[in-house]
Design a protein around this ligand. Structure first.
Ligand SMILES: Cc1ncc(C[n+]2csc(CCOP(=O)(O)OP(=O)(O)O)c2C)c(N)n1
Ligand SMILES: [Mg+2]
Length: 632
């Protein structure tokens, strides 16, 4: 327990027998001097050896102690001004690591990844630009339900509201990208709000922002009447029996049932497979839950959504009962509106906001299925299930045929490159995929093993997430292979943090899908009938850049070399970068191509021809003829 403190004049007596001397305010500004010169002298005079006893425990020390107890192992941050006290407390404590990032946004992405893998993580940014840089990564963490504690240090309390140098208002700035966001105005308040922020982050799975003025961090720590630690708790959560019986009745009445799983079904793989087997229902899933649901699952029929497969789309649309399990899948265009829909979600506020749900059940997916199963009889009729599984097999054969087309020199087919990565990567690899076409290749060609994980900016959809997430994953899972699938646009956006990979010798395998374009945007424009514009990228030689920064690097130019180069790269110890020169004209077909999209595409191609860019149209047609065959 912390020592009780009594204040008398300029001396502070401690219940544990020592005393601390309160220093003149001018000395407060020179902490290094205070610790290294003043403290030893005072200690000698007082005849005590423990510097902390005489100098006092600062609020920043108490913060480090509290987050360490909560399981936080590191703080991803860029050092600076108002954060200096925290930085110094971390150094003195030696219990939590300060990870020196090159951009606060990268720090927040890294924390998001670590929290998604290990349960909790922390990042920090100093006042003004440090806060603003944090914001994008924190949005990602918040939308990913990652338990991230963000320390937003601010200018001193005396300066509040004066438009002081670098003044930003955390409550306003972080209000929309956090579930908890408060300012610590005094050490006593910090002592009380920090455990509350941790409880919030861990139990609500949201971002908690602690605004921390520099002077509060430097002030003497105070105690809290509450518990100064995190109190993790596990509970069962399922709907009432009456509601489960209602679901069992609806299942009994339905002939064709599909289950659609989201990330909320993570940890409920066995229950989902048992339910599917009992009621003979095919299992579709979202991109986010692919790695959790696809493996060892004889009922899986693939993903739906923009990146998904026609088999999942068709099964959901041919069903007379669709059961949504832990999914807040946002694209209502891919959800059917003709059938009965039941939705199970631990967060009841999410139920019914995407589709015409008839029965909404609040509960954990695993707990709910476990309670439901005894109410169900085993169904014999596999007709619907087998039809869907057959269609899925056909779709996969077409996909494999597409991936077998390897492309040409400087135009390696990205599907082929992704297939190679899938084959070469470890069984327990953590993949971090960049927003853009890498998501499509990851979604379609990386396979689940039960031990693999895939992280991406799935809900916030930010570019440049893959590299910093891979940094967080490498810290969080030191024994596992970490693979970043980066877009060339994405990598160049937060390129500076390649230096973090080098500085900490993180053995991340960075694969750049270098299509010299903002490929996803190019596709978006084309399907909307707009000729693509401002989407071409003039890139540096990424392998040369990586080498200059101290990372061994390779370039794969030709399809014939791609496998050898990737194998060599993955076998390289430590960090490595491979730039795969992929086809800039590669398209990806969604599971259901709308007539309007096809018409838009034709319109865009016509406009390109009229603008004298006919050669690009021919290249696009050549690169994508494989999809046309697949669609026929
Ligand atoms: C920060 C941010 N800016 C813009 C976008 C819009 N956007 C989505 S994907 C994309 C292109 C990504 O290009 P690249 O990283 O090269 O990947 P590619 O699609 O070419 O594989 C853009 C600009 C975004 N999602 N995030
Ligand atoms: Mg690109």
């Amino acid at each position: 327990m912390y020592s009780r403190i009594l204040m008398v004049g300029r001396r502070t007596f401690c219940r544990d027998g020592g005393f601390r001397v309160r220093l003149p305010s001018v000395v407060r500004y020179a902490d290094a001097v205070r610790e290294r010169i003043v403290a030893p002298i005072l200690n000698r005079i007082a005849g005590v050896s423990n510097n902390k006893t005489i100098m006092g425990t600062k609020a920043a020390d108490r913060l480090v102690e509290t987050i360490c107890r909560a399981g936080i192992r590191r703080i991803y941050a860029v050092a600076g001004d108002s954060l200096n006290e925290v930085n110094d407390a971390v150094r003195r404590a030696g219990t939590v690591e300060w990870v020196h990032m090159r951009h606060e946004e990268s720090g927040a992405f890294a924390a998001s990844a670590e929290a998604q893998l290990n349960g909790i993580a922390c990042c920090a940014g100093s006042s003004g630009p440090g806060h603003v840089h944090l914001v994008n990564g924190l949005y990602d963490a918040q939308r990913s339900n990652a338990s991230v504690l963000a320390i937003a240090s601010t200018c001193a309390t005396d300066e509040f509201g004066t438009q002081y140098f670098q003044e930003t208002e955390p409550l306003k700035l972080f209000g929309d990208c956090s579930g908890y966001c408060q300012m610590a105005a005094t050490p006593a308040q910090l002592a009380r709000m920090l455990p509350a922020a941790l409880q919030y982050a861990v139990h609500r799975k949201e971002v908690a922002v602690v605004g921390l003025p520099g002077d509060v961090a430097a002030a003497e720590a105070a105690e809290t009447p509450g518990a100064p630690w995190l109190l993790p708790s596990e509970s069962l959560c399922r709907p009432a029996d009456g509601q489960l019986r209602e679901l069992a009745r609806m299942i009994g009445e339905a002939e064709k049932i599909t289950l659609f799983c989201g990330i909320g079904a993570r940890g409920a793989h066995a229950e989902v497979v048992r339910l599917a087997g009992t009621i003979k229902a095919p299992v579709a899933y979202s991109f986010k839950s692919k790695m959790e649901i696809q493996y060892d699952n004889p009922y899986e029929i693939g993903m739906t959504g923009l990146l998904g497969l026609p088999s999942a789309y068709a099964s959901m649309h041919e069903s007379d009962l669709l059961i949504l399990l832990g999914t807040d899948f946002p694209y209502e265009a891919f959800l059917p509106c003709q059938c009965r829909i039941v939705q199970v979600d631990i967060r009841p506020e999410r139920i019914g906001r995407r589709a015409r749900v008839e029965l909404g059940l609040a509960g954990d997916v695993g707990d709910t299925i476990r309670a439901l199963l005894p109410m169900l009889g085993v169904r014999d009729d596999r007709g619907f299930l087998d039809r869907q599984l057959r269609r899925y097999r056909e779709v996969r054969e077409k996909m494999n045929a597409v991936a077998a087309k390897r492309g040409g020199e400087g135009r390696i087919a990205p599907e082929y490159a992704a297939t190679l990565v899938d084959r070469i990567a470890a069984d327990d690899a953590v993949f971090c995929v960049d927003t853009g076409m890498c998501c499509v290749w990851g979604a379609r060609y990386l396979h689940a093993t039960g031990r693999r994980r895939m992280l991406g900016s799935f809900n916030h959809g930010s570019m440049a997430n893959a590299l910093p997430m891979a940094i967080g994953a490498a810290f969080a899972r030191p024994g596992q292979q970490i693979v970043a699938l980066c877009g060339d646009g994405g990598l160049s956006m937060l390129l500076g943090d390649l230096a973090t990979v080098v500085q900490y010798r993180l053995p991340v395998k960075i694969v750049v899908f270098n299509n010299r374009a903002l490929g996803m945007v190019k596709l978006e424009m084309e399907v909307a009938g707009l000729p693509d514009s401002q989407t071409d990228l003039y890139n540096p030689d990424f392998a040369a850049v990586a080498r200059a920064m101290g990372i061994p690097a390779f370039t794969a130019d030709c399809p014939d070399d791609a496998e050898r180069v990737l194998r060599e790269a993955f076998a390289t110890e430590g960090p490595v970068l491979v730039s795969v020169q992929t086809d800039p004209d590669a398209l990806a077909m969604p599971p259901k191509v709308e007539f309007a999209q096809m018409a838009g595409f034709v319109r865009a191609m016509t406009k390109l021809i009229l603008a004298g860019r006919g050669d690009e149209v021919i290249a696009t047609a050549r690169s994508n003829i494989k999809h046309l065959w697949g669609m026929i």
